[in-house]
Design a protein. Structure first.
Length: 280
């Protein structure tokens, strides 16, 4: 990929003009487009959350000055997670909250004070629209991409027994190959986490999948807004689920991963919360 052109770098002034023209109706429409809720009335003990499922940037922000290929990379979206979350929501009959806007526009899973809440670069490649967002820009992004997701999660989490935030990761990072296929990330131990690790470990072994315990990331050493706020602070068991993204890009391995996850989470639900759980 080539670096952003000089024309792309003019996104700041262009966006400023576009943002100044946004009225309340336009802001409300952009906010409504930011999030989707699946199977709202489902009785499952789980809520699935896909904060990084989409790679869209609202039109007034002109793709943040990036050419289109950048928005198809892992910097912009968790590849395969939209399809996986929809599949799990359907087969587990579980509600899901799916965010549509790219994490480059605003990363809901980061605290607002973190540098990658609106990250200014892609591993050294600048994101022109994120280099110096002013207060109006930041406020609008929070109204459009943060507040609707926050409200959707609050509403959907009510009454749920456990939260699962669904993500994908790259097979290689910093020149190092990751030696897991599916990671279960947790910060505080719970019967839910223990049961998932045991059950998914067994299902994964049967399917030839390597299951990581706080790998390839260790949540105890990282920042995760979503489950800190809506899981741990509310006393709800929770985990981040990480799947190697190349496995989700191939139909055969997508099916293999999906079945292993469905079987494991259905088994865990039937064991811990048999009344509302649904067997796959």
């Amino acid at each position: 990929m080539s670096a952003p052109s000089s024309a792309d770098r003019e996104v700041g002034p262009v966006s400023a003009a576009n943002l100044a023209g946004l009225d309340d109706g336009a802001i409300a429409a952009l906010a409504a487009a930011s999030v989707e809720r699946l199977r709202v009335e489902a009785a499952s003990p789980y809520l699935l959350i896909a904060e990084h499922a989409g790679n869209l940037v609202p039109a007034p922000w002109s793709d943040l000055g990036l050419s289109a290929p950048y928005l198809g990379t892992h910097f912009a979206v968790d590849i395969g997670i939209d399809a996986l979350t929809r599949r799990l929501s359907q087969t587990l009959r579980a509600p899901a909250v799916v965010a549509h806007y790219s994490r480059l526009f605003l990363d809901y899973n980061r605290p607002a004070g973190e540098w990658d809440f609106m990250r200014p670069d892609l591993g050294g490649i600048p994101v022109p629209g994120n280099l110096a967002p002013d207060a109006v820009d930041v406020r609008l992004r929070k109204m459009i991409a943060w507040a609707p997701v926050e409200q959707a999660v609050i509403e959907a989490a009510a009454g749920r027994q456990a939260l699962i935030s669904v993500h994908s990761f790259t097979p290689v990072m910093g020149g190092v190959r990751r030696n897991v296929d599916i990671g279960v990330l947790w910060r505080e131990p719970s019967p839910f986490v223990t049961s998932v690790l045991k059950t998914l470990g067994a299902r994964g072994a049967e399917a030839g999948l390597r299951i990581g315990d706080n790998e390839p990331y260790d949540w105890r050493q990282a920042v995760g807004y979503t489950l800190n706020r809506h899981g741990l602070e509310q006393g709800r068991p929770c985990l981040y689920l990480e799947v190697r993204n190349d496995l989700l890009s191939d139909p055969e391995t997508f099916e293999l991963v999906s079945r292993a996850l469905e079987d494991a989470f259905a088994t865990v639900a039937m064991s811990l919360w048999p009344k509302p759980a649904v067997a796959v």
